[in-house]
Each structure stands twice: as C-alpha cells, then as structure tokens.
Design a protein around this ligand. Structure first.
Ligand SMILES: N[C@@H](CCC(=O)N[C@@H](CS)C(=O)NCC(=O)O)C(=O)O
Length: 119
C-alpha cells in the first residue's frame, strides 16, 4: 500500500512536470509588488500530495513566489503546522496580515483566495 501511494505520487509529479502551466509575465516592478505581498504567505505542503500539486499549479499560473514548507520531511515545519494550524493536514496556507495569522486549510479555499488576491 505504501509503495502504491509512493508510485502514484511519482506519477502525479511526473504529469505535473510534463503539463506544467505557464506563469503570467509581469514587469519587474509589478512582480516586485506581488512578491512583497506573497512574503506574508507560507504554504505548508507535502511534495507529492495531489491537493498540494493543485495549489502549486495555481501559484505557478499566477507566478506567485510563496515559500514552501515541507510538513512531511521536515519535523520543524510539521510541528509549526500542528501547533499553529491545529492539525497535520496539507495543503495549509499561513497568512500573516497586520500582525495576525490565519491558517487556511482546503486546497479549493486556498486556490480561491489566491485567485481573489492576485488576479
Ligand atoms: N480536502 C482536502 C484534502 C487534503 C488531504 O487529504 N491531504 C492529505 C495529504 S494528500 C493529508 O494532509 N493527510 C494527512 C497526513 O497524511 O498526515 C484539500 O482539498 O485540501
């Protein structure tokens, strides 16, 4: 079962690589403005999780440079997610705004949030 899950994960990563979406092109200044905004965001994720791939593809489409934290392989990131968000479930977007922190779960909500904020 573990092997099947690992294998499917690799297939997802391969397909994602082959059919990688094109990122939107912006002027340097425009991209800098977006980068300043995405500095407040961190995505806790697993590399081969299909829901995380979905969010990473949305980020790629919009050329969003959001820091990725691996909550599977990195125990510190895993514990940050558990303590901050309340549960180990990925993807989870950490949003820091005006000294408050929101932990957003559910890939569809995250993609909707990114679309709303950045398009
Ligand atoms: N409905 C959720 C599903 C997320 C989900 O099931 N994530 C799995 C990884 S693919 C997870 O975090 N499982 C917890 C674990 O493996 O510890 C979404 O769309 O984000």
């Amino acid at each position: 079962m573990k092997f099947v899950r690992w294998f499917l994960g690799r297939v997802i990563l391969l397909l994602n690589f082959i059919f990688s979406p094109k990122g939107v092109k912006r002027s340097t200044q425009e991209q800098q403005k977006i980068d300043d905004k995405t500095n407040q965001l961190t995505l806790y994720q697993f590399e081969a999780c299909p829901f995380c791939v979905k969010v990473r593809r949305a980020m790629k489409r919009q050329s969003l440079n959001i820091e990725l934290r691996d909550a599977k392989a990195n125990p510190q990131h895993r514990s940050e997610l558990e303590m901050g968000g309340g549960t180990i479930k990925v993807p989870c977007l950490r949003i820091e705004k005006n000294n408050t922190v929101e932990w957003m779960y559910e890939s569809s909500n995250i993609v909707e949030y990114l679309d709303k904020e950045f398009t």
